[in-house]
Design a protein around this ligand. Structure first.
Ligand SMILES: *Cc1c(COP(=O)(O)O)cnc(C)c1O
Length: 555
């Protein structure tokens, strides 16, 4: 049995949603996961609604200037994508009553998404929802008041009565503070209100990088109005001082999850010293197959036909897009390796260039071709330097290395369907899941990846892709990982591509076979419903059960 008869109604909270490139209110994997979840909820007819923010300037559109440096422009979208619900709620920021309008989006085959917006005519708080991840901590807290507190009020005003509040990442935890305030107003003590709130809340954590777990001084939270009627002591009990949004999420929820098996283990170790926190299970991310699988590749796979022709079709679509954007005509017969990611130091986009004496001749001879894409956060200079370094390398190998500006979902689709190999070399264990590799695998684009995130569970080396490096965590990790990458590339990937096409095609089939259901958003959502949203089973027991299964399956 997949589902119990009774399906809890779920309100899913997230700061960003990647439903489609036409609505650029996402920055990366977190938002795309949220978008894929709402689409699968729609496919499976599950009672879920999303709560998010209408970012007036979107995230960022990013291009490279004549000095090779990334610069940003606001993104835009067509207003027709939004329906005005006519509903306005209010939140209090710095003592001011701030009106928040609510829009609805349901035109991407998704469960309804409600977007909160402070750009109300006449309001001086229009800046709050201007730009995703822009501004200072002050701005961020204001945004989190809108998402969390405004989100709970919006649900009520719209007539929704969720059984479960799912906070995707710490950005939404002020929703828990609002749920507690309401219960106290009905006469419960703080303890009772916290316990009752916990029974309604589940939490997903995403960040194994300590610094990526957002913290704010309690004083600033109080000044901004995030206490929402709670006392200093009560807030401190929930998130500490400084108030850690992830810790708060873990204490406001009765059940939490990491986004892959390895990440669950990492997260449990990371937060093991925090008392009164929810047990953390693992639910591995999946992607929405309809969105990410090339229709021709899918048709061929489902009919047991050769994948090579549709693959070459998808590759040519990508090469045409590359030619159009960069003027470079890559060779469709030569091995094409893709790497596209949000720029972050731990993802190490330059790893393959560690030894120019090895990689240089392969690029000059046209044996391999590389296509890169990725955006840096507008305020992250180190990440921008990383992007500009890759842009610099394209000048050294103008016929075999290209960089595509303004990475978005449309480019993500083209790249993961059209490359031959998908390269992924994070510093293990910092890639909590990663989903671009799943998109690639679904299209028969073979993963060449460090054993991190989802790939730990999927990889059958030499059967559905390859693994390298990653086993050594220390000061020489980068050297070790690049040496290992060259070894697999030279001894297995390149010879297989050019000399054993039959084996390559078999690997493509295996790649799709091992991801088609197991790493689909559908499977992920079914697990959310069966494990996270199930009020009838005690969370702790279940978590122990899962820990036991994990411990045995990972040895
Ligand atoms: C899939 C996707 C991501 C997330 O990919 P990761 O492998 O998790 O980095 C980010 N941005 C875009 C545009 C995507 O399509």
């Amino acid at each position: 049995m997949i589902f119990d008869k009774y399906q809890p109604r779920v309100a899913y909270f997230c700061m960003e949603y990647g439903l489609n490139e036409e609505l650029p209110i996402y920055a990366g994997g977190l938002g795309i996961l949220a978008g894929d979840i709402l689409k699968s909820a729609h496919d499976l007819h599950l009672p879920m609604v999303g709560i998010g923010i209408l970012w007036q300037e979107g995230y960022t559109s990013q291009f490279i200037n004549e000095h090779g440096w990334p610069y940003d422009r606001p993104a835009s979208y067509a207003p027709e994508l939004l329906q005005d619900t006519g509903v306005t709620v209010h939140v209090t920021i710095r003592g001011d009553e701030v009106p928040v309008r609510i829009w609805k989006v349901d035109s991407f085959q998704n469960a309804p998404l409600y977007l909160l917006d402070t750009a109300v005519p006449g309001s001086s708080y229009d800046w709050v929802t201007r730009r995703l991840y822009g501004g200072t901590s002050h701005d961020r807290i204001a945004q989190e008041i809108v998402l969390g507190i405004g989100g709970v009020r919006a649900l009520e005003a719209l007539g929704h009565t969720p059984d479960v509040y799912h906070f995707n990442e710490g950005h939404a935890v002020l929703a828990g503070i609002e749920l507690i305030r309401r219960k106290k107003a009905m006469g419960m003590t703080f303890r009772e209100a916290l316990e009752a709130t916990r029974r309604e809340v589940v939490f997903t954590t995403h960040t194994p990088v300590m610094a990526g777990n957002e913290e704010h001084d309690l004083e600033l939270l109080e000044y901004m109005g995030a206490f929402n009627g709670l006392s200093w002591e009560e807030m401190e009990q929930i998130g500490g001082d400084p108030f850690n949004m992830t810790v708060a999420g873990l204490r406001l929820a009765h059940m939490a999850n990491g986004v892959s098996k390895l990440h669950g283990i990492t997260a449990r170790a990371m937060w093991s010293d925090k008392e009164d926190r929810a047990p953390i299970v693992s639910i591995t991310n999946g992607v929405h197959v309809n969105t990410w699988m090339h229709p021709e590749i899918r048709r061929a796979y489902e009919a047991n036909r050769s994948l090579w022709e549709p693959h070459m079709e998808a590759k040519q679509e990508l090469l045409n897009a590359i030619a159009k954007r960069t003027g470079v005509r890559l060779n469709p017969k030569a091995l094409l390796i893709g790497f596209a990611r949000r720029a972050a130091l731990y993802k190490r986009p330059g790893l393959i260039f560690q030894r120019m004496d090895i990689i240089g001749p392969l690029l000059e001879s046209g044996r391999i071709q590389l296509v890169f894409s990725g955006k840096a956060h507008p305020q992250d200079e180190a990440a921008k330097r990383q992007v500009s370094k890759i842009a610099e390398i394209t000048k050294q190998f103008p016929q075999s290395v290209v960089f595509l500006e303004n990475y978005d979902m449309a480019l993500g689709r083209l790249l993961t369907a059209g490359c031959d190999v998908w390269l992924n070399n994070p510093q293990r264990p910092l890639e909590a899941s990663g989903t671009s590799g799943i998109k690639a695998a679904l299209n028969g684009c073979l993963n060449l990846s460090v054993l991190d995130g989802w790939w730990v569970e999927a990889c059958q080396h030499g059967v559905n892709g390859w693994q390298f490096g990653g086993g050594y965590e220390g000061p020489s990790q980068t050297k070790y990982d690049s040496a290992s990458l060259y070894e697999v590339l030279l001894e297995d990937v390149i010879p297989t591509y050019y000399e054993h096409p039959e084996r390559w095609r078999k690997m493509m089939v295996e790649s799709i076979k091992s991801t088609y259901y197991r790493f689909s958003a559908q499977r992920m959502l079914i697990e959310y419903y069966n494990i996270m949203y199930q009020p009838s089973r005690t969370a702790k027991l279940l978590a122990e059960e899962i820990d036991h299964i994990l411990a045995t399956s990972l040895r």
